[in-house]
Design a binder for this molecule. Structure first.
Ligand code: ADP
Ligand code: MG
Length: 153
């Protein structure tokens, strides 16, 4: 998979801001797969996304529950699959991935075989100076479209 576009955020607020902006372009059934080390900003991104979707509840890490559901104009399913050892575990995640909401999956590569083809992959990379590089890395048309919208093209 190659990079479709990349954004640099200098602090937590900017990462939230990028996600908030992206939220406006998302639709039911979209799946965002987030990759990045612990502390890279995946949950921060989820918080901005929730805000952009008009969700008022506090979004925190779903590590111990795997899925947290938030009701907005469009429901948000926030997942952290760090603890999932194998995609074969009977977790019922496909119901969410192919459901009527927007999914954001932290550590998504752990369940890669379960994810829809049009999944939008985001890679969060921590730079030496603390900036984050946030790459959209799928070449699927859905990702390309989102890049264009985010870049205002
Ligand atoms: P993850 O879910 O990837 O483990 P979190 O979003 O929980 O990461 O935590 C990211 C941490 O990094 C927060 O403490 C946040 O304040 C800090 N941080 C510093 N710079 C940034 C940035 N540009 N984007 C996101 N978080 C940042
Ligand atoms: Mg997290």
């Amino acid at each position: 998979m190659r990079e479709a576009c990349c954004f640099i955020t200098r602090n937590e607020r900017e990462t939230r801001g990028l996600a908030l902006r992206m939220a406006k372009f998302l639709k039911r059934g979209d799946v965002l797969a987030l990759e990045g080390d612990l502390g890279a900003g995946k949950t921060t991104f989820a918080q901005g996304l929730a805000e952009g979707l008009g969700i008022e509840q506090k979004v925190d890490s779903p590590t111990f529950t795997i899925v947290k559901e938030y009701g907005g104009q469009i429901p948000l399913y926030h997942m952290d699959v760090y603890r999932v050892e194998s995609p074969d575990e009977e977790l019922g995640l496909e119901e969410y991935f192919y459901g009527d909401g927007i999914c954001l999956v932290e550590w998504a590569s752990r369940v890669k075989p379960l994810l829809p083809e049009e999944t939008v992959w985001l890679r969060l990379l921590v730079q030496a100076n603390g900036d984050r590089h946030i790459q959209l890395i799928s070449m699927h048309p859905r990702s390309m479209r989102l890049c264009k919208e985010l870049e205002g093209k």
